[in-house]
Design a protein around this ligand. Sequence first.
Ligand SMILES: [Cu+2]
Length: 160
Amino acid sequence: MNIKLPALSLLLALSAPVFAAGTATIKVEEPWARESPPTVTNGGAYMTLVNTGKEADRLVGASGDVSATIELHTHRMEDGMMKMRPIKAIDVNPGEPATLKPGGLHIMLIGLKKPLVAGENFPLRLRFEKAGEIPVDVKVRKMGSEEGATHSPHQDHKAR
Ligand SMILES: [Cu+2]
C-alpha cells in the first residue's frame, strides 16, 4: 500500500496534462464515409478539421478496427491522371480548416473487415501531433448522397 500509492499518483500526474492540454483545440466536424459495395474492400473517411487554438497542428495518423490498414492519402495529378498517394500528415492551421473529401485529402481504409453500410457508424481515433488522440464516430452515408461525382480541379492546399 505504502509503495503503490505514490507510484499511482506519479502516473496520474504524468498522464493528466496530456489529456488536458490537447483535445480542446481541434474540432472534428461531420466525419463520414461512403457506403461500400460488398466487393469493394477499401473505403475513405472524410471530415473537416478545425483548429480553434493558436498553434499549428497536424493530423499524423488514424487508427481503428474498421480495416486492416488506415493511411492518410491525398490525390495528385500525375501523368494526366488523378492518383492517390499516402502522405505523412495533414496540416491543420488556425483559421484554415482542412477539408477531407472525395477526390482530395482523405483517410484511407484499406482492407475493410466488413462492408460499410449506410446509416451505421464506426469509430476512428485521429492522432494529432499536438492535440493527441481524438476519437470520432464516422457516419456511413449512402452512395451518391454526397457530391460524389464532383471533380475538383483545385489543389488540396491553399497558398499561404
Ligand atoms: Cu486513398
